[in-house]
Design a protein around this ligand. Structure first.
Ligand SMILES: [Zn+2]
Length: 98
């Protein structure tokens, strides 16, 4: 999975304009949920070799401003919790002595 093809890109890199500035970037993966929300995922490997997932989220807002604001407060709180959980899970773990 992490082998580097001879062209210098990763096997999953989208190449062309997506790959640059020291990063390899995959093609976008679109996840559509019942026409009400959408997430766009991109896999990224930085110049330092660390891999990341970039996630762009689009949700249908409630029709009134007040309801939409409440909805956003909930969404941002949920995102904070999700990002925190993912960050903890993605931390490098110390190696065990053999
Ligand atoms: Zn690349």
């Amino acid at each position: 999975m992490n082998r580097r093809p001879r062209d210098g890109h990763t096997g999953w890199c989208g190449k062309d304009h997506r790959c640059g500035l020291g990063e390899h970037r995959s093609e976008e993966i679109v996840v559509d949920v019942a026409g009400r929300s959408r997430a766009v995922l991109v896999r990224v490997r930085t110049a330092a070799g660390r891999e990341h997932a970039e996630v762009r989220v689009r949700v249908a807002l409630a029709p009134s401003d007040l309801a939409a604001r409440r909805q956003l407060v909930g969404l941002l709180g949920d995102l904070r919790e999700t990002v925190t959980r993912a960050t903890i899970a993605g931390r490098p773990r110390p190696r065990r002595a053999a």
